[in-house]
Structures are given as structure tokens and as C-alpha cells.
Design a binder for this molecule. Structure first.
Ligand code: HEM
Length: 557
């Protein structure tokens, strides 16, 4: 039996643990108050809970409206409460974002949780490396994402999209008398996006797009996002041990981890890894057999990985990437390319169905340009309204809103628009303590009224044709893609944004010259996740996006 400082008996282990935990919390509370003192003067929403702060409002699946509230109601620098009241920042000020992602990028790094989790799931690809190793990988990969390479990939994209639209046409022809028919756009775009990155990225076919054929590799990529979602607390605990002991021991621990969800995730990761290795080995043999052999393969050796592997073989010793990192890139690319683009396409289709005048204007532009006969990459890129519809959707609905950075040292961040402190002080710079989690405010930067005008929150593709406000064009927005933060900016910006843009444009050009789209009565809800996804209603766990579709001949063009 032990005694507390006041002399009352503390008679059980549970009570002792509680005492210890309470003391730890009190120490943490005062330590945080002192360490993060500089951040408490920044305005932001009140904490929702002592334990979880605002995290259960912001990072939750149902966080869409809270994220908008944070993005638009407190100014461009917002203080949030993290776990146990630890302050976090949401930053959408363009100058501050430029400092974080470009000018002072070495200070503001991806969190170790992000890097370790990505390493465990995808291997040592771009999403799991930092500093020099990341720079070396980007240098090797940049050329295969160039415009020239995209031009070479465009015909492969058309083949795939025509196949997908062909099955839709055949399916609908059987029931054409019923008029507009409902289909799950996410299912179709998901299949198409996987096949596009499969053939264009890996030179590998997942899906013949004729009938539903099971493919464990493809299924693993579709399953990994939802599998990781919901493992947040396990992942935070595991990441503490991610580099402890030999790899075989960590693997053995994961296999007996007391959570079925976690064990399922491990199986999915194993499937992705094994299949990536197989694709890699077979590609290596083909490359060694010479160009003639490559020509016989899917994608005729034009796919990203074939080109990368050939370049890597020719590269100098310092620049060459080890095999494990090439395999890591394959898994990373497959993941990064699939849901991002298909979910954005669903958003575009939903908007086109909601705004029939925009849909019609886009269709007219496509038909006039001859899109029914496969426009080239350059021809597609010259269509102003197609471009405007894509940009406007990406502006209002960035599909990734949980990207964070963390300073590795105490630092001072200068901001464009001074921050009005809670105590009335005006701040032109903010002292940010080491380890402060910073959410990159893509939505806030893409759509705040001070920069974009009073109609900032309206879907108006024409704004891109009529000219953006000077407040936008003069702002130092660091986005890699046209004044937008959707693909981020700086050294870790999305490497695949041109691939994604082309994919969207090819799909829209084929779909809109064949079909017309209308909304359904079903309530489509958009859920926050690593990549936002649609469901029917807010409670369903099934990602889907019902939409009504009819043959174009039935509607007047
Ligand atoms: C609408 C579609 C897409 C959006 C909105 C998007 C957005 C993003 C964002 C925001 C990041 C930065 C993540 C972070 O650091 O927290 C990123 C990184 C990345 N994206 Fe995309 N992406 C899209 C499509 C694609 C496609 C099609 C590919 C590949 C073909 C791709 C490959 C990658 C890769 C490899 C990275 C990691 C880059 C690095 O760390 O150097 N993405 N993407």
C-alpha cells in the first residue's frame, strides 16, 4: 500500500496509474502552455474536447463543414487545438505558404508519422523519403512526367476510355427504352483510372474493361485507402516503433497485432508489394531482351516505369536508384494516381449534372473541336472551356485537404496579411515552435473572398476565361498548377498533375460527346479522408456516386 502526498491511502494499482497519468497530463498542460505560448494569440475555433481538441471535427470523415468554417471564418492563419490541447495551425496565407513550401522548405518537413506510415505501406517511394534521397528520386522521375511523355501516352488513354465507354454503351443499348439510366460513376471512373495508371504507369493491365475480372493487385490498390482509414490510433502507436529492431521482428509483430483491421491491412500491403516485385522482375527481363521485346508489351514500352527503368540503368552511379526504391515508386504511383483522379472526375460529373448549361457549353466546345475523333494532347489543352471546368472544380473541391508540415526547429514565419491577435495585437510574423503541426490550407487559399471576390464560393468556370482578379494573379501562391494549391507546390508538389489533367480531359472529351448526365434523387455526400470520396447519405460506408446517364442522340445538342 502506498500513500499520496496528502497522506490518503492509494490502495490499488489502478489508482496509482491514474495518479501518474493525471500528473503527466498536468505537466504536459503547463509544458504546452509555455512552449506554444506564441500561438495562443492567434484566432481560431474553441476546443471541442480536452482530449482531442478540434481533431475529431477537422480530420473526421464528416469534417467538410468544419473545414470550410476554419478555411473562411478566421482569416488566413488559424489556430486549432490538437490532441491534449496542443496548438496546431491552419495556414492559407499565400506568402506564408510560399515560405513553408518553397523558400524555407528545409525547415518545414513532412511529419515522421507521414513518412513512416508511407514507408510501411508503399516502400521507399517518393511519399516516404526526405531531403537528398527524395531529391534524387524526383530528379529521376521528373522526365517521365514531362509534357512530351504525356503526348506519347495520350493514345493509350483513348484506347482505354473507348473500351469503357463501349461497355457502357452496350449495357445501355439493351435498356435504351428506359431513357436515362442510373449508374455508379465512381465504379467506372475507378476502374478506368486504375487501368490508365496500370497501362500508362506500369505497362500492366489490371482490367480488360469488358467484364468484371478479379485481380488481386488491382483490388489491393482499391482497398488500401479504406483499410488505412480508421487505423489512426494504431498507426500513431506503431509509428513510435517503426524503426525499432530488425524488419522481420516488426513484421511478425504486425501479423499478430490484436486488430483484424490491422492484419487485413498488412495482407493488402503484402499483396501490393509482391505484385509490384513481380511486375518489376518481368519488366526487367523484357528490357534486357531489347526494344523489340518491349514493343510487344502493353503500352509498347512507353509506360512511366519502363522509361524510368531504362533511364535508371543508364544513369551514373550517384544518380542511380536501388531496385527497392523503383519498386516503391510503382506502388506509390498506383496509389497516388487512382482515387485522386477518379474522385475528382466524379465531382466534375456531379457539377455538370447540376449545371446543365455548363455541361451543354462544354459539349458544344468539344463537338465543334472534333473531340468525337480523339483530339491530340495539344488540341485538348487548347480548349478553354474544358480547361476552365477542370480548374474551377479543382479550385473549389481540392480532394486532398489533410496535408501537413512540421518545422524541425523553432522558427519565425512572415505572413502576407497581418494577423489580428486575440489580444488586439497585429502580427506581421509568427513565432512557430519546433514540432507545431501545420495544415496546408488549400481550400482557404483556393477560395477566399478577399482574393477571389464575393463569388469565390460559386462554381463559375468562366472566371478562368474572363480573367482572374489581380489579387490572385499578384499573390505569391506557390501552387504548381495555375494559382491553385490543390496539387500543392514546392519540391513535394504532386508529380502527376499533368497526367491527371490529361486523364480528366480525355475522359470528359469521350464521355460528353457520347452521353448526357443528370442528377439523381439520391443524396450524395462527400467524405473527408486522405482523398475525399462520395457516398450515398452521410452514414453509408460504400464509396459510390450515382448519376443518371443517357445517350446523347436522345437529347438535343
Ligand atoms: C486530381 C488528382 C490529383 C490530386 C488532387 C493530387 C494531389 C496531390 C497532393 C496534394 C500531393 C502532395 C501530398 C503531400 O505532400 O501531402 C500529391 C503528391 C503526389 N502525387 Fe498527386 N494528385 C493527383 C493525381 C496524381 C496522379 C495522377 C499521380 C501519378 C500519376 C500522382 C502522383 C503523386 C506522387 C508520386 C506524389 C508524391 C510527390 C512527392 O512527394 O514528391 N498524383 N498529389
Amino acid at each position: 500500500m502506498s500513500a499520496s502526498s496528502k497522506g490518503h491511502p492509494v490502495n490499488s494499482l489502478a489508482e496509482q496509474l491514474l495518479l501518474l497519468f493525471t500528473s503527466w497530463l498536468i505537466i504536459q498542460f503547463f509544458w504546452r502552455k509555455r512552449t506554444f505560448k506564441s500561438l495562443y494569440n492567434i484566432p481560431g475555433p474553441p476546443s471541442d474536447s480536452f482530449w482531442s481538441g478540434n481533431t475529431n471535427q477537422f480530420f473526421t470523415r464528416h469534417g467538410a463543414s468544419f473545414q470550410s468554417h476554419v478555411a473562411f471564418d478566421y482569416g488566413p492563419i488559424v489556430r486549432l487545438h490538437g490532441l491534449f490541447g496542443r496548438p496546431m495551425l491552419y495556414i492559407s496565407d499565400p506568402k506564408a505558404l510560399h515560405n513553408i513550401l518553397v523558400k524555407e522548405e528545409p525547415i518545414y518537413q513532412e511529419s515522421s508519422l507521414f513518412i513512416r506510415l508511407n514507408y510501411l505501406v508503399f516502400g521507399r517511394g517518393l511519399l516516404a523519403t526526405l531531403g537528398e534521397q527524395h531529391r534524387k528520386q524526383r530528379k529521376m522521375l521528373n522526365p517521365v512526367f514531362s509534357v512530351n511523355h504525356m503526348r506519347r501516352l495520350t493514345p493509350i488513354f483513348y484506347d482505354i476510355i473507348h473500351k469503357a465507354s463501349g461497355i457502357l454503351r452496350a449495357g445501355m443499348a439493351a435498356e435504351v427504352s428506359k431513357g436515362a439510366q442510373e449508374l455508379d460513376a465512381l465504379h467506372w471512373f475507378g476502374r478506368a483510372a486504375l487501368e490508365l495508371i496500370g497501362q500508362g504507369g506500369l505497362g500492366y493491365s489490371f482490367d480488360p474493361l469488358t467484364e468484371q475480372v478479379p485481380n488481386a493487385y488491382g483490388d489491393a490498390f482499391k482497398a488500401i485507402g479504406p483499410a488505412i482509414q480508421g487505423l489512426n490510433s494504431h498507426v500513431r502507436l506503431l509509428h513510435e516503433f517503426a524503426e525499432m529492431g530488425p524488419a522481420w521482428l516488426r513484421r511478425a509483430v504486425m501479423k499478430v497485432w490484436p486488430s483484424k483491421r490491422m492484419r487485413d491491412a498488412v495482407k493488402i500491403v503484402d499483396t501490393m508489394d509482391m505484385a509490384s516485385k513481380q511486375v518489376y522482375e518481368s519488366k526487367k527481363l523484357t528490357i534486357q531482351a531489347g526494344d523489340e521485346a518491349l514493343l510487344q508489351r502493353i503500352g509498347q514500352g512507353k509506360d512511366i516505369m519502363s522509361v524510368l527503368m531504362k533511364d535508371n540503368m543508364k544513369a551514373s552511379k550517384e544518380d542511380r536508384l536501388p531496385e527497392s526504391e523503383i519498386i516503391g515508386q510503382m506502388t506509390t504511383l498506383m496509389f497516388a494516381a487512382t482515387d485522386t483522379t477518379s474522385n475528382t472526375l466524379c465531382r466534375i460529373l456531379q457539377l455538370l449534372a447540376t449545371y446543365p448549361d455548363v455541361q451543354q457549353e462544354l459539349r458544344e466546345e468539344l463537338l465543334t473541336a472534333g473531340a468525337a475523333d480523339n483530339l491530340s494532347y495539344d488540341e485538348l489543352n487548347k480548349l478553354p472551356f474544358l480547361d476552365a471546368v477542370c480548374r474551377e472544380t479543382l479550385r473549389l473541391y481540392p480532394t486532398i485537404t489533410l496535408s501537413t508540415r512540421m518545422p524541425i526547429q523553432d522558427t519565425i514565419l512572415s505572413v502576407g496579411e497581418p494577423v489580428n491577435g486575440v489580444d488586439g495585437r497585429v502580427m506581421k510574423e509568427i513565432t512557430i515552435p519546433k514540432g507545431t503541426e501545420i495544415v496546408i490550407g488549400s481550400l482557404g487559399c483556393n477560395a477566399n473572398k478577399e482574393m477571389w471576390g464575393e463569388d469565390a464560393l460559386e462554381f463559375k468556370p468562366r472566371r478562368w476565361i474572363e480573367g482572374l482578379p489581380a489579387a490572385v494573379t499578384n499573390a505569391p501562391i506557390p501552387g504548381v498548377y495555375s494559382n491553385l494549391m490543390t496539387f500543392l507546390g514546392g519540391k513535394r508538389a504532386c508529380i502527376g498533375f499533368k497526367f491527371s489533367e490529361m486523364e480528366m480531359k480525355v475522359i470528359l472529351s469521350v464521355m460528353l460527346t457520347t452521353f448526357a448526365f443528370e442528377p439523381t434523387d439520391k443524396p450524395v455526400a462527400w467524405n473527408v479522408s486522405a482523398v475525399w470520396y462520395p457516398t450515398v447519405g452521410t452514414e453509408s460506408n460504400i464509396p459510390e456516386m450515382p448519376i443518371k446517364i443517357r445517350f446523347l442522340q436522345e437529347v438535343s445538342v
